[in-house]
Design a protein around this ligand. Structure first.
Ligand code: URA
Length: 437
């Protein structure tokens, strides 16, 4: 007989628990047997002491089986991508319709903002009318007709993750290989995928700030997913600065629409999208190799097919029928816009990307308490790149705030997050490694 209190106490003491006990806890998170306080204490104990590889698998399986496990009967492979979380990282919104344009079907079960990182669902809800919480039959309908659907974990798919995710978000218990693995893979394995690519972020805005931790997370994710029968690879990519030049909700949807409609816009965002897609198409046999797959994704983006697919998905999920034409007019705008300058000349040598993510959260673009309402309009845009040479009055970001006081605070916080030096720093590669190599 398992009980939550003794299980938490053993993890706290560093003694660990068995795979079966962790499976019991993962499944039990979808019920009254485990309270919110126990879920929070469990998350903190795991964050501090870890679960180890076997109990990690047990927790993932328990959370996967806490709800429905979907199966598909579609005329093409069922593929997906997931990120471990970053700042200014809306890759999913480009990649899902691009994969659909290449013959895949993409039922993407995504998350909300977590800690300082942005959430795909919060970004999509900046589009007027878009409804993320749908049941399995609506999901099936949209995937069949639009090729992709980006939705939230419902009461029926991975409900244990839905609960634990919200608790981790507000209890500073995100940074754990075991919890991130169980969270991501419980929803992905419940979605009945044939193939998955993971974007494991590293750098100052990632949960795993250094390569060693990011590699350990990538290896844990790839091994648990492949053992569970889902063909999975990971790329470790750079998060030492925001990926797009914007961070927030509506501002990131704007960056996505720019990247979908202008082949020269948002170069870094497109490069990560194209490389992840290339890996996934090659693994799934829809391309002869990664290079060929990357070219297919790039063509889907440049031809406008991905943009049209994105607009079809938005309309099918309750958003405007003409989003491709109307996005500039329809996306919400903040009351106050304020340029940030650094006050002296130099080269941007480092960025505290986590701090930039926190600026977005404190402006109201993320949650500080469970249930906080998101302000879709706030955030940062025009964020300068690492290595950029600036003069005293060159804008390095634009703050979008709901009032003057918050704008004043955010301008100072963005300034403090940027380090100015004299020499240009060495360029950091955008894609660090593939797992397996
Ligand atoms: N994405 C998730 O879905 N869960 C995590 O824990 C981190 C990123």
């Amino acid at each position: 007989m398992s009980d939550a209190r003794s299980l938490i106490a053993r993890i706290r003491a560093g003694g660990g628990v068995s795979a079966d006990e962790a499976r019991w806890f993962g499944a039990g998170l979808n019920g009254r047997e485990i309270t919110d306080a126990q879920a929070g204490a469990f998350a903190m104990a795991v964050c501090l002491n870890g679960l180890g590889p076997q109990a990690r698998v047990g927790l993932t399986e328990g959370m996967r089986d806490s709800g429905d496990v979907l199966s598909w009967d579609l005329p093409g492979p069922v593929l997906d991508k997931h990120s471990t979380g970053g700042v200014g990282d809306p890759v999913s919104l480009l990649l899902a319709p691009a994969l659909a344009a290449c013959g895949a079907f993409v039922p993407m079960i995504s998350g909300r903002g977590l800690g300082h990182t942005g959430g795909t669902l919060d970004k999509l809800e900046a589009i007027p009318g878009y409804v993320c919480e749908v049941g399995p039959s609506r999901l099936d309908h949209v995937v069949r007709n639009a090729g992709c659907a980006i939705v939230g974990p419902t009461g029926r798919v991975a409900p244990s993750d839905k609960r634990l995710y919200a608790i981790r978000d507000v209890t500073a218990t995100v940074e754990s290989i075991d919890l991130i693995t169980a969270s991501i893979l419980s929803k992905k394995l419940a979605a009945g995928l044939g193939g998955l690519v993971l974007d494991v972020k590293t750098g100052s805005g990632a949960f795993m700030e250094n390569m060693e931790d990011a590699t350990a997370l990538a290896e844990a994710l790839v091994s648990v997913a492949n053992d569970a029968g889902c063909a999975t690879s990971a790329l470790i990519t750079d998060m030492s600065q925001p990926l797009a030049d914007a961070a927030g909700n509506a501002v990131e949807i704007r960056a996505v629409m720019e990247a979908l409609t202008n082949p020269k816009a948002q170069r870094r965002l497109r490069e990560v999208t194209v490389t992840l897609g290339g890996v996934l198409l090659a693994d799934a046999g829809l391309a002869s190799d990664v290079q060929d797959g990357a070219e297919e994704i790039a063509a889907a983006l440049s031809s406008g097919q991905a943009a049209e697919g994105f607009a079809r998905m938005v309309a099918a999920m309750g958003g405007p029928e003409d989003f491709l034409e109307s996005w500039q007019r329809l996306l919400p705008e903040a009351n106050v816009l304020r340029e940030v300058t650094l006050g002296c000349a130099g080269c941007i040598t480092a960025m505290d990307t986590r701090a930039l993510g926190e600026v977005v959260v404190h402006l109201g673009g993320g949650r500080l308490r469970d249930g906080d309402r998101i302000d879709p309009a706030v955030g940062l845009s025009g964020i300068a790149r690492l290595g950029a040479r600036v003069e005293a009055r060159t804008p390095v970001a634009m703050v979008h705030a709901s009032d003057e006081q918050k704008a004043d605070w955010a301008v100072k916080a963005v300034r403090a997050a940027m380090t100015l030096g004299t020499a240009r720093p060495d360029a950091i590669p955008l894609i660090h490694a593939k797992v397996p190599a």
